[in-house]
Design a protein around this ligand. Sequence first.
Ligand SMILES: [Zn+2]
Length: 195
Amino acid sequence: MFYVLRRDDRYPDVWYNDSDELDPFISVKCPKYPEHQRGERDINTNLWIDIKKPKMGDLVSTVYSDWLITDHVAEIFKAHNLTGYKLHPVKVCNKKLDFNLWELVITGSAGRAHPDSGLNLKLYCEYCGLTRYTPIKKGLGIIVDETRWDGSDFFTITEYYKYVLITEKAKKVIEENKLKGVKIVLASDLGWDEA
Ligand SMILES: [Zn+2]
């Protein structure tokens, strides 16, 4: 069984600090289709964030769905030898915390989802590389293709790389340590009715 990290709505997201020099997005302009213009996260740029509400989980989502973890969580993940991530330092701009925050950058991969997930390429722009897939289907969710999975405890699939998938082992570590700020759902329970 595989699971997905979801926000726990009882814990507010944190924001990107809005000074321009710290913008972690790379602006991509399509030479052919203006509507393809977008910002893509530069994963090599460390996040500078603002905490606008005091309540904070042990795992924290940014408004752009990056996962951040505290020192405490980093130690727990390390102690259990969880794999498939690296940690990038996060700077908190508007507050002084008595611990550090780290961005959980996922390095584990399962490549393309299993064909039974029915996630098909919907759009690929040869001019700018914009790629879109059909929505995750209700009742199917994300089906991991274990032949493509690198065995990491934290990993993503190509089609929807913002969803952090985890193993039974990682789920157990999060639950047994009662880590707050995250809900763990079955990968097969993701998805929505087609519009
Ligand atoms: Zn394009």
